[in-house]
Design a protein. Structure first.
Length: 403
C-alpha cells in the first residue's frame, strides 16, 4: 500500500472511502499522482473545480490578494466583499447576499432565513415553521441538514434530529402542494438531485413549484451548490425552466462549490430583500465568511466563467458527452441521465458495481466516483474539450466491455 494511504488510514477518521490514488498535481482537466501518472478528472471535486485545476487567473487573484489582506473578520469592512455581493445579486436576479464558506453553511443560512421570514413576515406561530424538502435530497452534513435527509447512511447514530422538515417525493409538484400547511415557510429543493444519482425532474417541475409557492405564500429556495454556475449548461439549473429576476425566479438561491474557483471554500445564500432583511446584526454570522481572500477568488472564479464562456461550453460539450454516453449501448448500463456536463451512468447492479467501474477507469487514467452504489458520476471541469471527452468515453466503453 502507498505509504501516504497507510498514514491516512492510521491517523484519519474513516469517513471517506477514496479510490487508491494519491494525487500530487493538477492542471486544467488533468491530475497527476505521486508517481507522475496522468489522469483525466471526470469528477472536478463534485463541481468545485468547474473552472479547471490551478486556473492561472484565479491562482493569480489568490496570490495578489494574499499579499494584501486575507482575514480581517466582519467586525470591519474590507475591500473585496461588496463587489462580490453585488455580483452575486446580479447573476441570480436577487437583492441581497450573505457570504459563508461551505455549502452546508449556506444551506443552514437559508433555513434560518426561511424560518425567520416565516415568523416575522408570514406570522407563523412560534417554533412551528415547516420546510418542505425532496426525498433523497442532499444538502450537506450538519445535524440540522441530515435531520431531513432520507439516506440512512447519513443519519444513523446521529440523532436526535431537528424537527420542522417534511419530505415529499422529488419531481412531484402535486405532492409539494399537498404537504403545504399554514405553517409552511419554504420549499427547499435541488433543481437536479446530484448525490441521489443525477436525477433530472420531469419537465415543468420547477415552473409548477414556483406557481404553487406563489399561490400559497411559501418561499421557493433552490440549492444550486452543485448544479449552479454553469454545470448544467445554464448559469443556474433553474434557468432551464424559470427566469432570473425577482418576479419570475426563485426567492432564494444557495451557491457554493464552483464559487471558490477550485481553490477555496466559498458559499453564499442570495435572496429577496424581504427574506434577507429578517437577519439583524448578531443573528447570524461566520468568522471566515466573506473574507477578502475568498471574495477575491470568488470574483475571479465568476469572471472566468463569463470570459471563457464556460456556461455555453458546458451546454455544447455536455450535449456531446451525453450523446456519446447514450450511444454506448452496453448491457451493463440501465440508464444515462444528465444535463450539461453532469452525467450519471446508472450501472445494473446485477451485472457490475459502480465502484468497480470507477476503479477500472482509474487504472485506465480516468478519475470518477460512484454515487449511490449504482451510478458512475461524470462531471468534468467545464473547460473539457471533445478529444478529452472521447478519451473518457472510450475508457468507459473498454471497462464495460471487460466486466
Ligand atoms: C455539496 C453540496 C452541499 C454541501 O456543500 P459542502 O461544501 O460540502 O458543505 C449542499 N448542497 C448540494 C446540492 C451539494 O451538492
Amino acid at each position: 500500500m502507498h505509504p501516504i494511504i497507510e498514514q491516512e488510514k492510521r491517523f484519519g477518521a474513516p469517513n471517506y472511502h477514496p479510490l487508491p490514488v494519491v494525487l500530487a498535481r493538477g492542471e486544467g482537466v488533468w491530475l497527476w499522482d505521486t508517481d507522475g501518472k496522468k489522469y483525466l478528472d471526470m469528477m472536478s471535486a463534485y463541481s468545485a473545480v468547474s473552472q479547471g485545476h490551478h486556473h492561472p487567473r484565479i491562482v493569480k487573484a489568490l496570490k495578489d490578494q494574499a499579499d494584501r489582506l486575507c482575514v480581517p473578520s466582519r467586525a470591519f469592512h474590507s475591500e473585496r466583499l461588496a463587489p462580490l455581493l453585488e455580483k452575486l445579486c446580479k447573476i441570480t436576479g436577487l437583492d441581497t447576499a450573505l457570504p459563508m464558506n461551505t455549502g452546508a453553511e449556506a444551506v443552514e443560512t437559508a433555513i434560518k432565513a426561511a424560518r425567520r421570514w416565516g415568523y416575522t413576515v408570514k406570522h407563523i406561530p412560534k417554533d412551528k415553521a415547516e420546510i418542505i424538502v425532496g426525498l433523497n435530497n442532499f444538502h450537506g452534513r450538519t445535524t440540522a441538514i441530515i435531520s431531513f435527509s432520507s439516506e440512512p447512511l447519513y443519519r444513523e447514530g446521529f440523532g436526535p434530529f431537528v424537527p420542522g422538515f417534511v419530505a415529499v417525493p422529488f419531481g412531484d409538484a402535486k405532492a409539494v402542494e399537498k404537504a403545504i400547511t399554514p405553517n409552511t415557510a419554504a420549499v427547499l429543493m435541488e433543481p437536479i438531485q446530484g448525490e441521489a444519482g443525477i436525477i433530472v425532474p420531469p419537465e415543468g417541475y420547477l415552473k409548477e413549484l414556483q406557481a404553487i409557492c406563489k399561490k400559497h405564500n411559501v418561499l421557493l429556495i433552490l440549492d444550486e451548490v452543485q448544479s449552479g454556475l454553469g454545470r448544467t449548461g445554464k448559469m443556474f439549473a433553474f434557468q432551464h425552466e424559470i427566469g432570473v429576476s425577482g418576479k419570475d425566479g426563485p426567492d432564494g438561491v444557495i451557491l457554493g462549490k464552483a464559487l471558490g474557483g477550485g481553490l477555496l471554500p466559498v458559499s453564499a445564500f442570495v435572496g429577496k430583500k424581504e427574506l434577507m432583511d429578517c437577519f439583524t446584526p448578531g443573528s447570524h454570522g461566520s468568522t471566515f465568511g466573506g473574507n477578502p481572500l475568498a471574495a477575491a477568488v470568488a470574483l475571479e472564479a465568476l469572471a472566468v466563467l463569463e470570459d471563457e464562456h464556460l456556461v455555453e461550453r458546458s451546454a455544447e460539450m455536455g450535449a456531446y458527452l451525453l450523446k456519446k454516453l447514450r450511444g454506448l449501448n452496453s448491457p451493463l448500463i440501465r440508464e444515462v441521465r444528465g444535463r450539461g456536463l453532469w452525467a450519471g451512468v446508472d450501472i445494473d447492479p446485477k451485472k457490475a458495481r459502480a465502484r468497480i467501474v470507477c476503479e477500472k477507469l482509474m487504472a485506465r487514467g480516468v478519475l470518477s466516483k460512484e454515487t449511490h452504489e449504482t451510478v458512475v458520476r461524470l462531471a468534468p471541469p467545464l473547460i473539457i474539450n471533445r478529444e478529452e471527452i472521447d478519451f473518457a468515453v472510450a475508457q468507459l466503453a473498454a471497462v464495460l466491455a471487460e466486466l
